[in-house]
Ligand binder design. Structure first.
Ligand code: SIN
Length: 284
């Protein structure tokens, strides 16, 4: 496999000459993991994967983490419950996947649990003909590095609650009710600043903005601080944009990035299959 740069200078790399449908040797898996730690997002184009191929490849990266509860209460692929389907397509009156065609707001995956997934693998099967529905990633290392020193001091040691009630398309998950006071948000508690256990480098750890709350602060102060951090962290200088083609595989280092997706024409078809790799340590 070979690495080649993409447009962004702070995040992302393209991997070429790699066929994910073939068995991978230990050196190649180590090189993929190294690239994921270094560049945070890997772009691998031109793949042809059936679901068992996607699962076999994903298992090279670690134990799989099944998708969180979806709004419909059962796996989208009954034979492959570890795969999440991201799609706007509706068949026989029933959505075949999550998130619809709207914008998916900036978020990291499943940070509402104590040990969020360490990576996600997203494989594009069908993409709208106009290519819309781009996905963006922001490096939380770059965002932390660029914080003003007084803000770094202010957030040091602070903890936030990461809301579990809604998915990134804003849909209420089964078993949850509307949060009316952020001090009552249900979800995991994590430090606002994370230290990468391998490199010792610090990163912001924001999860998702909706219903987030900095514990122990007056609500208004928490809202102001979070607004300031989110505006800073999602600036274009820390981001990359991916324009999808069918056959693309994207892998991201989940705790180290935020991602979001553009809306696209609801009458077009966009189908992606996605796996997640279990995290191995708490965020600290
Ligand atoms: C996601 O948030 O995992 C979905 C990204 C996408 O649909 O491009």
């Amino acid at each position: 496999m070979e690495l080649s740069p993409i447009e962004s200078r702070v995040i992302g790399v393209e991997i070429q000459n790699l066929d994910l449908a073939k068995p991978l040797d230990r050196e190649t898996v180590a090189a993929i993991n190294d690239a994921l730690n270094r560049y945070l997002v890997l772009v691998i184009r031109g793949q042809r994967l059936c679901d068992p191929d996607l699962l076999a490849f994903s298992r090279h990266l670690g134990e799989l983490d099944p998708p969180g509860p979806n709004p419909y209460g059962e796996p989208f692929l009954k034979d492959f419950p570890e795969i999440n389907v991201i799609s706007n397509v509706v068949e026989q009156g029933r959505p075949i996947g999550n998130l619809g065609a709207g914008e998916a707001a900036w978020h990291a995956d499943m940070t509402y649990i104590d040990v969020p997934p360490k990576a996600a693998v997203l494989y594009a099967l069908e993409i709208p003909v106009d290519g819309a529905g781009d996905t963006y990633f922001a490096s939380m290392f770059a965002a932390y590095d660029a914080l003003p020193p007084d803000l770094k001091l202010e957030i040091d040691g602070k903890v936030t609650v990461h809301d579990a009630s809604r998915n990134s398309a804003g849909m209420l998950r089964r078993g949850y009710t509307e949060v009316t006071d952020v001090r009552e948000t249900r979800g995991a508690l994590h430090p606002l600043v994370r230290t990468d256990p391998r490199s010792g480098r610090k990163a912001l750890f924001l999860g998702r903005r909706h219903n987030s709350y900095v514990t122990g602060m007056p609500v208004e102060d928490s809202e102001n601080l979070l607004d300031r951090l989110w505006t800073h962290a999602t600036q274009s200088g820390f981001t990359m944009r991916h324009r999808w083609r069918a056959g693309d595989v994207l892998i991201w280092n989940n705790p180290a990035v935020l991602h979001r997706r553009d809306p696209f024409d609801a009458n077009s078809r966009r189908i992606m299959h996605r796996t997640q790799i279990k995290g191995v340590e708490r965020i600290a």
